[in-house]
Design a protein around this ligand. Sequence first.
Ligand code: HCA
Ligand code: CU
Length: 478
Amino acid sequence: MHTLEKPLILDTTLREGLQTPKVYFTLDERITILQELDNAGIDFIEIGSPYASEGEKKLVEELSKIKTRAFKVVHCRALESDVDTAPENVEWVALYLSPADRHLEAKFDKIEDKRGFVLKQVPRAISYAKSKGYKVRYTAEDAFRADPVFLKKVVIKAVEAGADSVSLPDTSGGASLTDVRRVYGEVISFLREAGAKCVIEAHFHNDMGMALANTLEAWMSGARILHGTINALGERAGIPDTLVLATWMKVKFGYDDYDLGRLIKLAEYVSKVSGIEIPPNQPISGSNVFTHTAGTHQKAVFRDPLTYQPFDASLVGRESSFALGPMVGSEGVKASLKKMGVEISMLGEEVFEEIRDRIKSAYLLHGRGASAMENIIIAEVLNKTGMTKINIPESLSAQILIDVESMGDKYFEDFCREIIAKNKGVTEIIEIWGSSFDYIVRVEEVPSLKELDAIVNNFRKVRGVLRTETLITGKKIK
Ligand code: HCA
Ligand code: CU
């Protein structure tokens, strides 16, 4: 087992998350997010940047009045005037001023001795905040690109001025695991040797896809407070997902302090109010994450879910499931039928196999659109056994999208005219522009999937046809 000290999680959805392009939260939404993070057991919650505007200051002040078990943090520049915008009721203020020359060059062109300014201003702002009774974090913005010797100089000044914690963020998101071990290793041993007793915080951006790994590495290198946001929101590619951090703590390290089910619900809520959908493959909360698709996987998972999962879905309040689809196996068919309430013990293996084979061929012939045919196929096969009487639409209508080598090709268009003239389901064919397909074929009221298959097959055989996709269409709105 590990010997690491249990980390504390800081969620900054209400500060870093608000720096996601196009994201804004109303006061009510912020209150819900704050309370749900607190209910889920998150240790620190950043509630905003009160210096940003009068409006933000008021919102942050409202949030500060809400009682939480978690410590509330506000984010400011290392300026006394920013500290004055912090509400009285928060425990912590975080003060940032980058020690990296690149930042100083870009931000303080009027100041001659930029490093000298940092060495003076950081302690000054920290002492001021301490004198007002706050716990203080100093954030060495873009620590990874600062001169390491100067970084240590600034950090020790911050600690001497009373900083209770120091954040060493990878602001621009380019750090590697080796960089993390080096920067955290150096700064932490330097502080220990100096006898400093401050906590180290880990804040990593995901521009190179390393945010979560770097955060865990920082913890293993001695950081104690790990930053995340719900749904990994934040500037650019964002920072680690708080839910994923909490899941790591439970699943890999046995720390069961956070309510993962609640965090999943909060992820859905934040997705709604931020307007940013959870990608289906988002770790832990994504809709695909406990769904098994390949027949070989399904067969094994049917007996033991852990063959293809790192942990049991119920640990995070979810369920494993099987997808039908082009790779489905008969175990997946069985599981889906069971979910539909079909008594599968009454059916022979050949029934599942027929459903499996027909679904697979449907994808080969119709492309993605076959997903809408899965239930029709199941119904057709089951009804044939005489054991069910599932309603199947009396006829099917569809649109077949066709991609041809060259639009307007005489041979293809002659074929189209002929098939319309024969009038066996195909009612019209229309050119389309600005899509990866070139024609839409309208098929109306064919009696079953078999006839639809035949029509598509006819088109596929025509010279110049590159690919097709079939969409089953529903009712006409009149
Ligand atoms: C920024 C600030 C920050 C601060 C992180 C922290 C960063 O938006 O520039 O206070 O720990 O990424 O450096 O989010
Ligand atoms: Cu950040």
